[in-house]
Ligand binder design. Structure first.
Ligand code: GRF
Length: 187
């Protein structure tokens, strides 16, 4: 049995896909959902699926033992970031080498780095008149969006697409692929 913790800050639609997908898979369990945002939609989804939740503030996250103790006691094998906005501290990356995965809503290495999240990404893609965007699933290292790539998928952007339309195409790709790619990593 492989055990996964999901970290999320926002709406939690990717986290919901994970909870639904792994509900039917015996060899993987979502064991914990962690958020820095007490209002994050993901906390509600976790409760509905009977998964433990943890809401933390920055001091808790930056303290080098608190969250590690929880992750160790839950025997977490893999941490999945699903719209988690804080930089992962070095101590956590060292404790989980090649075991923290993120999804970025663009084709890295383009449109990544600090400040490149959510609609900022899609507005930048639109401004540059790109004809293709997509998703990048990658391991997490100490710099935003610079870890080793695991998987990319692309979508076509029409000239008339607004940033919101690009966001919706990209989110659809995320929902289609993220759980399956994580499943492959784990098994
Ligand atoms: C997604 O676009 C993801 O790529 C990015 O944050 C967004 C999260 O959406 N990292 P949701 O909270 O899963 O709905």
């Amino acid at each position: 049995m492989k055990r996964v913790a999901i970290f999320a800050s926002g709406a939690g639609s990717n986290a919901l896909k994970f909870l639904e997908y792994f509900d039917t898979i015996d060899e993987v369990e979502i064991t914990l959902v962690v958020s820095n945002n007490p209002k994050a939609g993901v906390l509600h989804y976790a409760e509905v699926h009977g998964v433990s939740t943890l809401v933390m503030d920055r001091d808790y996250f930056c303290d080098t033992t608190s969250i590690l103790e929880v992750l160790k006691s839950e025997q977490v094998d893999l941490i999945v970031l699903a719209g988690f906005l804080w930089l992962i501290p070095a101590y956590l990356i060292q404790a989980y080498p090649a075991a923290i995965v993120n999804i970025h809503p663009a084709l890295l290495p383009s449109y990544g780095g600090k400040g490149m999240y959510g609609m900022n990404v899609h507005k930048a893609v639109k401004r540059a008149q790109e004809t293709v965007s997509g998703i990048t699933i990658h391991y997490v290292n100490e710099k935003y969006d610079e870890g080793k790539h695991i998987f990319q998928a692309k979508c076509i952007i029409d000239i008339s697409d607004t940033p919101e339309m690009i966001a919706s195409k990209v989110l659809q790709l995320e929902h289609e692929h993220y759980s399956q790619v994580v499943h492959r990593i784990l098994t």
